[in-house]
Design a protein around this ligand. Structure first.
Ligand SMILES: [Zn+2]
Ligand SMILES: [Zn+2]
Length: 447
């Protein structure tokens, strides 16, 4: 679907501050102009020095020291993973009188991807793993998120006459392995620091050109579940199948039948994905094994849809095994990983407010309708912990506008997040991100 620039009504009420909004915006532009070279430098440095999930030691130290320099009360090494090990979470607090508390979150981790962008500041980082060396790259643009985050932190610190309340800047580790948000919440993020009234974040996207932002109210990113299914039959000689119960045939039928969950069972208006990513069974040509193992990823947009899809998978597995004559005591075993993550649902009222600020911050023509996608984020967890604050994540365009235009016209490929070729255009993406997030923050903490 092609996107159309969004038509929005201009906010009827201008928020009163020490400066009129237009004057405040042009002052923000001036300040951004005098900082942009430094920020592009920070971005390139972060890009060249990526660290994998849970290993963000130097990255977190940089974020913490920058926040301290700007005047935030900083707590670092904040967070505890499920196994009790410490996390490199960073929390920066700036108090500015009575008023609401806003959390702004960035993620900090990189991915095991060998960079293939050819950029002069491309990452050459490598990490040894059991099965060889792997490249490390900020292939999801968390370096861009951190740069915008630090820029916003500075802009907010320098414009305290424009807002009231408390700003809490969150540097979150381990987003890519879905563990960092939970680690920080588990360690008492909402009890040891001021309780949030709102939590906002942004994520870069190749779908929008640099200079643009996108927003979407409601479900923004899918919930993700990892499901393991063990199909248990009775093994035996491949030449005497009649005295066996073949789990490979049952598994194969299940893989095919699972495709009907999305096509026949799920509400066509509710996005759902069921993918079998792994199917392993057997050791040799002429042996029917006892078991077959399937690994699935399931993506859903609502808790009800999630429950329904998971129940259908179990029902199909049981039904096919039963039809194959496998007795109940050897029924398939289905395990849903505890490391699931719920859908990211942007609070509708907060999203409308954010959208108005985005228009004010970067201009109506640069604010686009953002599309939800079936990828997942642990940003969703910030909405589920007491006091269950409204959350909103918006999209930050990252693609070189010339390449973006060519892709629209000629259908050329645009490498996106998690690709070894993903190369956000730092300027104007950083400028746009800082303008957008600073305006959102200033408006949410309005006087
Ligand atoms: Zn990612
Ligand atoms: Zn990401």
């Amino acid at each position: 679907m092609r996107m159309q620039p969004i038509l929005m009504l201009v906010a009827g009420v201008l928020l009163a501050g020490a400066l009129q909004p237009a004057a405040a915006q042009s002052k923000l532009d001036e300040k951004i102009d005098s900082n942009i070279n430094d920020w592009v430098g920070t971005y390139k440095y972060l890009h060249e020095h990526p660290e994998l999930s849970t290993e963000e030691k130097n990255t977190a130290a940089l974020v913490a020291s920058e926040l301290k320099k700007i005047g935030y009360e900083v707590t670092d090494h904040f967070g505890k993973y499920e196994d009790g090990s410490p996390a490199f979470g960073v929390v920066g607090v700036m108090r500015n009188g009575a008023g609401p508390t806003l959390y702004i979150r960035t993620d900090m981790d990189a991915l095991p991807v060998t960079e293939n962008t050819g950029l002069p500041y491309a990452s050459k980082a490598r990490e040894k793993r059991a099965n060889g060396e792997v490249g490390v790259m900020h292939a999801c643009g968390h370096d861009l998120h951190m740069t915008v985050f630090l820029g916003t932190a500075k802009m907010m610190a320098e414009s305290k006459d424009q807002w009231n309340g408390t700003l809490v800047m969150i540097g979150q580790p381990a987003e890519e392995v879905i563990g960092g948000a939970a680690a920080m919440l588990r360690a008492g993020l909402y009890t040891k620091f001021p309780k949030p009234d709102y939590v906002v974040a942004l994520h870069d996207t190749s779908v929008l050109p640099a200079g643009a932002v996108g927003w979407h109210a409601g479900p923004m990113l899918a919930g993700a579940d990892s499901v393991d299914i063990t199909i248990r039959g009775y093994g035996g000689h491949g030449a005497i199948p009649n005295i066996t119960k073949d789990p490979i045939v049952v598994g194969a039928e299940l893989v095919v039948m699972l495709q009907t969950i999305v096509s026949r069972e799920a509400d066509p208006l509710t996005p759902t994905v069921v993918t079998v990513g792994s199917f392993h069974a057997g050791t040799k040509h002429n042996i029917i094994p006892d078991e077959a193992h399937l690994q699935l990823t399931v993506r859903t947009m609502t808790p009800t849809q999630r429950e329904k899809v998971l129940a259908e998978i179990q029902q199909m597995a049981n039904g096919i095994a039963e039809a194959a004559g496998i007795p109940a005591e050897r029924a398939p075993i289905m395990e849903v990983s505890k490391e699931n993550v719920p859908a990211t649902i942007n609070d509708p009222a907060l999203s409308e407010r954010v959208a108005k600020s985005l228009e004010k911050g970067v201009g109506k023509e640069n604010v686009w309708p953002g599309q939800p996608i079936m990828a997942s984020e642990d940003f969703s967890l910030f909405a589920l912990e007491d006091p269950k604050p409204p959350i909103c994540m918006f999209w930050l365009g990252a693609t070189d506008p010339a390449k973006w235009k060519e892709a629209q016209e000629k259908g050329t490929r645009l490498p996106g997040p998690h690709s070894s070729e993903f190369a956000p255009l730092p300027e104007p993406a950083i400028r746009t991100g800082v303008k957008a997030m600073t305006t959102v923050a200033t408006d949410l903490l309005h006087k």
